[in-house]
Design a protein around this ligand. Structure first.
Ligand SMILES: [Zn+2]
Length: 629
């Protein structure tokens, strides 16, 4: 009785603390004090007993029963492949936060500690209690230690930075060191409520034989876990590495690579550990060179959703073999958080082919930051929403142009460049996306330097895009938050027709791995707002092909195929065979595994693009052999 009441009180206290600091208090201060008093009475040393307000925490060293080792790392794909050998491996994004260990006894959180030097960490229990998605109680009896990463998502970072400025604390100067900074604080530890936690390891008596089952078990216990991929022996890791690189540039928290682990836990025991790292885990890191440079200007562009995107022009800087003159600053929130202005010296990073990224301020210039009050494209008054400056004018020329340009690029209409599109818009030929399909050859001839032959070609190029795969269509109409890869994931879960996609609910989306509740709500909201556009496109004759769902299993598992030119079998039948064998039909990108064609020296755009990207090209017979395994 007593114990269950303690757990209940801990939950209530953690919940109300979170509501209180989030500005949504549900009970009075007195009622809250009463909860604390009751808990103090039942369990005087309980870690949940911290004063409300500007609470203080002491710094105490605690030891790790089992050492928290570092990871061995490589920057080389070849070395990674050698290490994997013929084993099945699991990969997760390597979050750039702080590794921590959380100990539960009889289902209750009793101790949280930082990694420290691996043997000795700092007690951060009182701070960990503020982390909203870290469970304070779990359905597990006995002792269990959960290890994971404390990190800060972009949106929380901006709110945190704002609150720190309001509290007249020094605002964070870098996204990188904010987590360790917060966990090391002695005052204002309630700021830790802006942190998040993902669990990736556990030490307990439960019989778990596969690494992926460990993650699934952590999820069942109520932990947020990193999205993982399982790679069978000899699987192509290229798409996964590309996905991580893309996340590095656009994701909502910092990562610096991927962690690979052998899936078979028996192997972990056989291989063991060195004094520095386990032999069954390897970090694949993206080499990133950083440099300092000065901001010489900040330009604000308008994207297709009306959001203003700031780009800093910088003093030309040589970084990883290229001279960089511009760095994206992502959004208003970032400019505001770091109070960025001309003359600031900033640190930037470039990893592989990824566009350079802003890391932090090295030295701020004097004066305060400024931002536009009206849209640079249409002069409409701008609204601040969260981390965004928004132009809400539906006919804003920049916004409209970006929407059409996104469509043109995603469906791959050749010969319509950004410049030509601008001309089409200024001549009133195209006002929004469906107008592309209303263009006649005579309309196109009105463009400068376009003669009969080119006009015919452009007209045909547009007509060719009337038939589209579902995943491509979703991303072309500009649904927010879904890349083609994410669309394919949704489709693979049975939502394989446009009608099903249009009727998708938040609940259905959340049930798919890798879709969090918040982002799912945003995706569904954006999807709903695109329904009129989608319907108009169907009305002008665009046909969206229903997608056969890949089985996900078979000899072609994890491979992506694109077909071009005439085949002996009907194309639809070949596509079906690929999907039945676990493969996926995709467009040409660097993620493609094979281009299938019987042409030897093709002239189609798919052929040329695949060749330029170095994608292996196979013919129908070679595909047939692969289908037979
Ligand atoms: Zn505007």
């Amino acid at each position: 009785m007593k114990k269950s009441r303690i757990i209940e009180l801990e939950k209530l206290i953690a919940y109300h603390k979170e509501r209180y600091y989030g500005g949504h208090a549900e009970i009075s201060d007195e009622a809250f004090d009463a909860l604390e008093l009751e808990l103090k009475d039942l369990d005087p040393g309980n870690p949940f007993l911290v004063q409300v307000g500007f609470s203080n925490a002491s710094v105490e060293k605690v030891s790790h029963q089992r050492r928290m080792l570092s990871l061995d790392k490589t920057y080389d794909e070849e070395e990674l492949r050698k290490w994997i050998g013929t084993e099945s491996v699991l990969s997760v994004f390597k979050i750039d936060g702080s590794s921590c260990s959380i100990v539960y006894e009889e289902g209750r959180l009793v101790l949280a500690k930082t990694r420290g030097d691996g043997s000795l960490g700092e007690n951060i229990t009182q701070k960990a209690i503020y982390i909203p998605d870290l469970p304070k109680a779990i359905p597990y009896s006995g002792t269990v230690e959960v290890r994971g990463e404390v990190y800060c998502v972009e949106k929380n970072f901006f709110a945190l930075s704002k609150e720190m400025q309001e509290l007249t604390l020094d605002a964070p100067t870098s996204k990188r060191n904010i987590v360790a900074g917060l966990l090391g604080r002695k005052e204002n530890i309630q700021l830790c409520r802006y942190l998040s936690f993902k669990a990736f390891d556990l030490i307990c008596d439960a019989k778990i034989v596969k690494e992926h089952q460990k993650l699934e078990f952590l999820k069942e216990l109520g932990f947020d876990i990193p999205e993982f991929s399982l790679h069978g022996p000899g699987a192509d890791l290229g798409p996964r590495i590309t996905e991580a690189r893309e996340f590095l540039g656009t994701g909502d928290y910092l990562i610096d690579g991927l962690v690979f682990v052998y899936d078979d836990i028996k192997l972990h025991q056989e291989l063991g550990e060195t004094s520095h790292h386990p032999r069954y885990k390897l970090a694949f890191k993206f080499a990133g060179e950083t440099k300092s440079t000065k901001i010489t200007g900040i330009e604000w562009g308008v994207s297709r959703n009306g959001r203003l995107t700031p780009v800093a022009t910088i003093e030309p800087t040589l970084l990883s073999g290229a001279t960089i003159g511009r760095v994206t600053l992502h959004n208003f929130g970032l400019v505001q958080s770091f109070r960025l202005k001309i003359g600031d010296t900033i640190e930037i990073i470039r990893s592989g082919e990824v566009i350079p990224k802003f890391l932090g301020v090295v030295e701020a210039a004097s004066g305060d930051f400024t931002y536009p009050l009206t849209c640079p494209s249409c002069s409409a008054h701008l609204r601040i929403e969260d981390i965004w400056l928004l132009c809400e004018n539906e006919t804003c020329p920049s916004k409209v142009k970006d929407q059409i340009l996104n469509y043109v690029q995603k469906v791959n209409i050749e010969d319509i460049s950004e410049k030509r599109l601008e001309e089409m818009i200024s001549k009133g030929l195209v006002k929004h996306i469906p107008d592309l399909y209303r263009l006649t050859k005579d309309d196109i001839l009105l463009l400068e330097k376009v003669k009969e032959k080119l006009a015919t070609k452009m007209y045909e190029n547009i007509q060719k895009t009337r038939r589209q795969p579902l995943a491509q269509f979703i991303s072309a109409v500009g649904v927010e938050g879904v890349s083609v890869a994410k669309s394919e994931k949704i489709i693979a879960h049975g939502h394989n027709t446009l009608a099903k996609i249009m009727g998708l609910t938040v609940e259905e989306l959340v049930s798919i791995d890798g879709f969090a509740e918040k982002s799912s709500e945003a995706i569904i909201g954006s999807l709903r707002s695109k329904v009129p556009l989608m319907e108009e496109l169907l009305a002008v004759g665009v046909v969206v092909a229903a997608d056969e769902v890949s089985t996900g299993e078979g000899p072609l598992k994890g491979m992506k195929f694109c077909i071009t030119g005439e085949l002996e079998l009907p194309r639809a039948q070949v596509e079906k065979l690929i999907k039945q064998s676990g493969g996926v039909i995709a467009s040409v990108s660097k993620n493609l595994t094979f281009l299938v064609t019987n042409e030897v020296d093709g002239t189609s755009s798919k052929f040329i693009k695949a060749k330029a990207l170095g994608i292996p090209i196979i013919n129908e017979h070679e595909l047939q052999r692969m289908l037979k395994g």
